[in-house]
Design a protein around this ligand. Structure first.
Ligand code: AMP
Length: 276
């Protein structure tokens, strides 16, 4: 695997590579099988796969979260080598940002719903970095996880508004065998937190299993009650939404998605499930 740390190196590498389909998997590192599943999916349809590892400061609204974000770069490189990834782009913060750079793109309500309400500014930071990374790597296709469902919608909106020539692919959520959605933040969970955190996927599965027998408000209330009854879990939101707009679903909604965010001890977790 080639490892590049500068924009220049990436640009130079791709100068003579015409006619190849480039797949891109942007990450913040601390890789797990969820990330690797994106690499594998990219390898199925692209000639060359680029993964980036960059802990993007502009998308963190909590400085403590940024500071304690795991950065096991040697283990990450080993996982990418093992997966057969072609290129790792691992830039420093100063390679990506000048001091006091400004960014804003109006994407309407999507920015402020759900995650946006609890993490103000987060999606502006996500768009800012993904826009830069797309301009550097110039991928034909980019692969993102359903795990960050709203993020996928935000990036799709940006790509449409800015008419960027990249195809976005959403890949399924990888879970541990007990249902916990894989996440780089799971490393911070104590054994107790981890046990309690299972209530999130249980509540989502319950909603999916009972979707045709209960009303949406009843499903939502039941799921919230399940989570609130679990010790050590602080629910932020549980919402059944329209999968195309993320506005609250109603009985006529065709594509429903249930989304949840909660704290397990000190660790903030998100998860979701499509109900189609
Ligand atoms: P992150 O490193 O958390 O920014 O995630 C990088 C990419 O991996 C994003 O597109 C995530 O949605 C995706 N991802 C994270 N967790 C999972 C998972 N459990 N299954 C599939 N994709 C995931």
């Amino acid at each position: 695997m080639k490892i590049f740390t500068t924009r220049q190196e990436v640009a130079q590498y791709f100068t003579h590579k015409t006619g190849k389909t480039v797949g891109f998997v942007p990450t913040m590192g601390a890789l797990h099988n969820g990330h690797i599943s994106l690499i594998k999916q990219a390898q199925q349809v692209c000639n060359e796969v680029v993964c980036s590892i960059f802990v993007n400061p502009t998308q963190f609204n909590d400085p403590k979260d940024l500071e304690k974000y795991p950065r096991p770069i040697a283990a990450d490189i080993a996982m990418l080598e093992q997966a057969g990834c072609d290129i790792l782009f691992n830039p420093s913060v100063s390679e990506i940002y000048d001091d006091n750079e400004k960014w804003h793109l109006d994407i309407g309500r999507l920015e402020h719903l759900l995650e946006g309400e609890f993490r103000p500014g987060h999606y502006q930071g996500v768009m800012q970095v993904v826009n830069k990374l797309f301009n550097i790597v110039k991928p034909d296709m980019a692969f993102f996880g359903q795990k960050d469902y709203q993020q996928f919608m935000v990036i799709s909106k940006m790509v449409n508004l800015m008419q960027m020539p990249v195809k976005l692919i959403m890949c399924p959520i990888e879970r541990e065998t007990d249902g916990l959605a894989m996440s780089s933040r799971n490393i911070h969970l104590t054994a107790d937190d981890r046990q309690h955190a299972l209530i999130l996927s249980k509540a989502l599965s319950w909603v999916k299993a009972n979707f045709n027998t209960e009303s949406i408000p009843a499903l939502q209330q039941h799921a919230k009650n399940m989570i609130n009854a679990e010790p050590g879990i602080g629910l932020e939101y549980f919402e059944i939404a329209d999968g195309d707009t993320l506005l609250p679903a109603n009985a006529d909604t065709k594509k429903n998605v249930a989304l949840v965010a909660a704290r397990a001890g000190k660790t903030r977790l998100i998860d979701n499930m499509l109900i189609i």
